[in-house]
Design a protein around this ligand. Structure first.
Ligand code: TRP
Ligand code: SF4
Length: 404
């Protein structure tokens, strides 16, 4: 346990509220597949988060959870590389949420921009519940329960990561202090050995007096390298660098991947709300049908009318799926009316089918073997719980709830 390295630990999650589509694949999942080999990753199916808005129609959640698990596995998330689990199977998230609710000022929650935005967008639902207001706090608990330093999210979720940072900071401020902190910190420093202690002390001084970020990073790395140090001492050494108490819950950072925004069939962002998507399970026939119906440059009324790719949603798809040769063919053919829109769409249709084929083949295998999927998620939850329990032991103790 002394070996947890927050900065190498990534957490992310998705709400199971519908079929996954190409937007999820290009916008998120491909990033996760890469991250699972570079970091220690926890990926959670956030079914409690789904309840915050879907509490009145819970029938679909169960099925969406299974479909999501199958889709995750089919795109290449692997239980041997990452921990995959259902949020509600790790009840520790809920305990941390409750404990954090004690220190979470209500105005902080009311201020989160997504709160009002979503309430307005989903005005047909009654979202005046405590659960919905607490959404960002639940998300903070999801992250902090693993002391994950990195959160793989899209830009629009950054405010939630910032919220988790504020909660962590407040928690550390309230509970990270020890009466004899300085004394204990100095003992921990001496455990770095003579050379290590001297280096640590001078880096700390440079950071504190000159605000030199590099010195801070180097000092943190030095602490991280310590193999045989207790977790308490590590926390003190991290905390002492910043001047405060122990860092019980490290402040997470948003890890914005290099995911691309997937255009929808109508050229707007692909999204369930716009009903402009191709799901990961759409059949060949559906793919053909949907892309064939895609709007094109309205100037091309008849086959011999020239067009302009910049005004056409299909062109955005070519940019994602086609090589340079093909793109040139489109640009020239479109502007000269040398090709028709039906011709132009053909390579896109082929590329999408080719992309989905291996995913769907794997999905079929998993669907034939629901026991396997269940056991992957059960094992994931077990692994997640181990980490979560370790955090809770410390959190309870820090909050004065250790009864031994
Ligand atoms: N709120 C996220 C979304 O709607 C899902 C989510 C829940 C999440 N818990 C999380 C994302 C923790 C990152 C970290 O997409
Ligand atoms: Fe769009 Fe291609 Fe038709 Fe041009 S030829 S309008 S790029 S579909």
């Amino acid at each position: 346990m002394a070996s947890i390295d927050s900065e190498r630990r990534v957490l992310s999650a998705m709400r199971p509220i519908g079929r996954l589509h190409l937007g999820h694949y290009h916008g998120v999942l491909r990033d996760w597949v890469r991250l699972q080999h570079e970091y220690e990753c926890f990926f959670s199916i956030a079914d409690w988060h789904a309840l915050t808005t879907e509490y009145a129609e819970t029938d679909g959640i169960r099925q969406h959870v299974w479909e999501m698990a199958v889709d995750w596995l089919s795109v290449g998330l692997s239980p041997s590389a990452a921990t995959l689990f259902i949020q509600s199977q790790v009840p520790e998230h809920a305990e941390l949420y409750l404990l954090l609710s004690m220190i979470c000022p209500l105005p902080w929650l009311e201020r989160v921009p997504t709160y009002r935005e979503l309430q307005e967008r989903l005005s047909h639902k009654d979202l005046s519940s405590l659960g919905f207001l607490g959404y960002p706090l639940l998300q903070a608990a999801d992250i902090l329960i693993y002391r994950a330093g990195q959160v793989a999210v899209k830009a629009e979720q950054q405010v939630h990561v910032e919220f988790a940072r504020e909660i962590a900071r407040r928690f550390n401020h309230l509970y990270g202090g020890e009466d004899d902190f300085e004394e204990k910190a100095l003992v921990a420093v001496s455990r770095l050995g003579k050379k290590g202690a001297r280096l640590y002390t001078s880096l700390r001084k440079t950071w504190q007096e000159q605000g030199d970020e590099e010195a801070l990073e180097t000092a943190r790395a030095l602490v991280k390298e310590q193999q045989s140090m207790t977790l308490g001492d590590r926390e003190r050494l991290f905390g002492y660098l910043e001047g405060g108490g122990r860092v019980l819950l490290p402040e997470p950072q948003a890890l914005l991947g290099d995911a691309v925004q997937m255009p929808g069939l109508d050229g707007r962002k692909m999204s369930r709300v716009h009903d402009n998507l191709i799901t990961l399970r759409d059949s060949d026939a559906e793919v053909v049908e949907k892309i064939s119906r895609m709007p094109t440059d309205p100037a091309r009324v008849r086959r011999h009318d020239p067009g302009e790719p910049q005004r056409c949603p299909v062109w955005q798809w070519h940019q994602l799926y086609s090589d340079e040769g093909c793109r040139k063919w489109v640009e020239e053919g479109c502007r000269s009316a040398g090709i028709g829109c039906v011709d132009c769409k053909r390579p896109v249709i082929e590329a999408v089918r080719l992309e989905l084929k291996p995913i769907q083949e794997r999905a079929l295998d998993y669907e034939d073997n629901p026991e396997l999927v269940r056991s992957i998620l059960a094992e994931g939850a077990e692994r997640a719980r181990e980490s979560a329990r370790e955090t809770l032991v410390e959190v309870r103790e820090a909050m004065g709830l250790a009864y031994r």
